[in-house]
Design a binder for this molecule. Structure first.
Ligand code: ZN
Ligand code: ZN
Ligand code: FE
Length: 759
């Protein structure tokens, strides 16, 4: 008899719904190990008995080759007395215990399923809902926990005997695959016309003819149209009343993606990852693509690969690139329901490709760009990532951060992890506000938490803050918008000690009633102090200015250059009527009660409009994005600026830049790409110089970067490299968006700190 040993192994992380237990089962068989595996509140527990070398190899393989979707945070092993098991089994777990395990986001179709999808002999040949333990829908179909079929929208599809036997067999790659289905027992698609009548057309043919097809996907309806057909794409814009906002495209495969964009190894890795996000990359301006209507005025293109079998089947030899855009009308909620789609899109889509599996949790596609060193830069964190937990450096009773009014997400914490929701959109839209509330209840149930503290933005008029103030059952704290940005960036990077924060943002309510947005703060999760800001500018008209960059151009020109500036505006801002100009000037001169702003976003708007690049934002940040797209790379020279000290704070003033900028543009005919490059460089130099002064005053050398303006890659890369060159330690967002989609994380860690203090 060989010597035997017994070990208890605990595995923490994402280990549920990712095929971990069958993986362990097969590994145990292979290594002749007996014992059992079970899910528990502390992750996965294994008891393994066998020869010492087998157990060592068993543990090594768990560490080195876990299932593709598993994320192992920690493995611990202890030697225990031998029981003498005769076989290896998968133990059923106690339901309530399973709730503390993380729920998996949705997963893009895997290679094995793709192969079967196109195998004529396979029983799932061309079946649009093929999936397995390693791929398929998760979060978007889950109603409740623990995650099993009864609690998903697959509950209404009882498995046929063939599917059931796969599901029951630990050796099968569909063992415990909750959404397992086939053409006999699973969901079905249907093609409908505008009247909702079933029609029998070839979908490829319709797309080839330039028809607009509403497609029910994983987390919402999309509108699909041939992206090489300029007329069809223009028609989609007309019907959707969407002037210029870039459309993302879905391409047949990776090779096709390479035809349209410059793609580096990291971008490729994200594109093909199980999360399958939209990756925004540099366009090749391939003439086959109807570029001028797909992404007008921009040098980047958002691309994704087909992530469900249904999407895969939309493509063929002729259809290789489709505009694939969320079907909802501008700021309204995502469309998830068949009847809703037929009703709301009757004047937009020609046909409807629907199916009978319910979308439980609406979830838009995630959007990111990829940093040169490979980390993701989220513009929208949603499908494929939500509801995965983000480890945070504080572990207290559960708290809730309710987010802001734009791109709202909320954030719940549970035992050292933060769970961010998908974005709910603009909270002033009632439909979004309702979805937010439904989503919050579901998250609380899924995570089995009830917050003790709730953190909200101190903005007096945010809808979501008003809602928060009514939740009197919780301890409440109000958080300044840019303090939340700073804390979000700290938590995103696992920092705990006081840091400096450079926050370049659109708008946030300041403690002095002004609209902040170009700020240097020092702070941690407890407190913050404002050390520097962009020069205050009168802000007559408030929020409407963010839709009309041309107003900001006049406000800047007049504030900086007086009458001379107004003359320039009269000459070079034809998109601002004489009347409107007069009203703005009067308001600036005659009122003492105007709001003031230090917004960095509005500065970008002003420059973009003053240069004649973009006068009106038909979508958020259009003027800034087009200005960035223009910039010539490699410009090192900037414009003059001024740093002064006022009321104990540094005042970062772009005043001296304006006369030169206007001269470059309208007198010396300097090319726009050069002017744009110089403007970016000006900000980089001004922020770096101010941070150096601030470092000298405070002795702090770590800088976090946050705020929506950091979606601008030239500014982000430029600041990182300039600060790095001065010996700063620089941190930026990698797990949540730099914009307002990330502030709920900051609010939550600040609330955690308060909760800890009160405990
Ligand atoms: Zn699969
Ligand atoms: Zn079946
Ligand atoms: Fe913000």
């Amino acid at each position: 008899m060989h010597k035997r040993q017994a070990a208890r192994i605990r595995v923490n992380g994402i280990v549920q719904g990712v095929g971990f237990r069958p993986f362990i089962y097969r590994l145990a068989e292979q290594e002749h190990i007996t014992g059992w595996v079970q899910n528990s509140s502390k992750g996965l527990i294994i008891e393994a008995e066998g020869r010492p070398e087998s157990i060592a190899s068993f543990i090594r393989q768990i560490k080195q080759h876990p299932p593709p979707l598993a994320v192992i945070r920690e493995i611990s092993t202890e030697i225990i007395p031998e029981v003498g098991y005769s076989e290896f089994i998968i133990r059923q777990s106690a339901r309530e215990q399973e709730q503390l395990v993380m729920i998996s986001p949705d997963v893009a179709i895997c290679q094995d399923c793709l192969r079967e999808l196109f195998d004529e002999k396979d029983r799932r040949y061309k079946y649009p809902f093929i999936n397995c333990t390693n791929c398929g829908p998760r979060y978007t179909i889950i109603r409740d926990v623990p995650y099993d079929r009864d609690r998903t929208s697959m509950a209404s599809f009882p498995m046929c005997p063939s599917c059931q036997s796969e599901y029951d067999d630990p050796r099968n790659r569909r063992f415990h695959a909750q959404p397992n289905a086939c053409p006999v027992c699973g969901p079905q698609v249907q093609l409908l016309d505008r009247k909702g009548q079933s029609v029998d057309y070839d979908i490829h043919q319709l797309l080839l003819e330039g028809k607009i097809v509403a497609v029910k996907g994983l987390g919402a309806f999309h509108l699909a149209v041939d992206a090489t057909n300029a007329e069809a794409v223009a028609e989609l814009r007309r019907r959707k009343r969407r002037d210029a906002k870039p459309f993302a495209v879905m391409v047949k495969d990776l090779a096709t993606a390479h035809e349209y964009c410059f793609i580096d190894q990291y971008e490729e890795a994200w594109l093909t990852s199980p999360s399958a996000p939209i990756v925004v990359m540099r366009s090749k301006f391939n003439e086959e693509l109807a570029g001028s209507v797909v992404h007008p005025g921009l040098d980047t293109l958002g691309v994704m690969l087909p992530y469900t079998p249904l999407h895969t089947l939309l493509f063929d030899a002729q259809i290789k690139v489709l505009v694939m855009t969320s079907a909802n009308i501008s700021d309204e909620p995502l469309i998830t329901d068949n009847r809703e789609a037929l009703d709301q899109l009757k004047d937009v889509a020609d046909y409807f490709l629907v199916h009978n599996r319910e979308i439980v949790n609406p979830c838009d596609d995630s959007v990111m760009s990829v940093c040169p060193e490979g980390s993701p830069h989220f513009i929208r964190r949603a499908r494929g990532f939500v509801p995965r937990g983000i480890p945070i450096p504080i572990n207290t009773d559960p708290v809730l951060g309710v987010g802001g009014d734009l791109k709202n997400t909320f954030c719940l914490t549970r035992k050292g992890d933060a769970y961010l929701s998908q974005p709910w959109g603009d909270m002033t839209q009632f439909g979004n506000y309702q979805r937010f509330q439904v989503g919050l209840e579901r998250f609380k149930r899924m995570l089995d938490v009830e917050p003790v503290t709730i953190a909200l933005d101190m903005h007096p008029d945010y809808q979501v803050s008003r809602w928060g103030r009514q939740q009197t059952q919780y301890r409440q704290i109000e958080v300044q918008h840019h303090h939340a940005h700073l804390a979000a960036a700290m938590a995103d990077n696992g920092l705990g000690e006081e840091v400096l924060g450079l926050i370049c943002d659109g708008a946030g309510w300041g403690t002095d009633q002004a609209i902040w947005g170009g700020e240097i703060l020092r702070g941690d999760y407890r407190q913050f102090q404002r050390l520097a800001h962009l020069t205050y500018l009168p802000f007559p008209g408030g929020d409407q200015n963010s839709r009309k960059p041309v107003r900001m151009a006049l406000i800047y020109l007049y504030s900086v250059m007086g009458e001379k500036g107004w003359k320039l505006a009269q000459k070079h801002l034809p998109d601002l009527s004489w009347d409107e100009q007069e009203i703005i000037i009067q308001q600036i001169n005659h009122s003492r009660n105007w709001l003031y702003t230090s917004s960095c976003g509005r500065l970008f708007d002003a420059v973009s409009a003053a240069l004649g690049v973009c006068s009106w934002n038909s979508y958020e940040a259009q003027a800034a994005m087009q200005l960035e797209a223009l910039a010539q790379p490699g410009i090192m020279e900037g414009y003059p600026y001024r740093i002064t000290v006022e009321k104990g704070m540094y005042n970062m003033d772009t005043g001296p830049m304006w006369p030169e900028l206007m001269r470059d543009r309208y007198k010396d005919n300097v090319p726009l790409p050069v002017i744009s490059g110089k403007f970016h460089q000006t900000l980089i130099a001004m922020f770096t110089e101010t941070l150096m002064k601030v470092r000298e005053d405070t002795g702090l050398n770590q800088v976090v970067l946050s705020g929506g303006v950091f979606h601008n890659q030239i500014l982000l890369r430029g600041i990182i490299s300039a600060l790095g060159g001065q010996g700063f330690e620089v941190f930026y967002h990698q797990q949540v968006p730099a914009g307002d989609g990330g502030i709920s994380l900051g609010q939550a860690v600040i609330a955690s700190e308060v909760t800890e203090k009160c405990a």
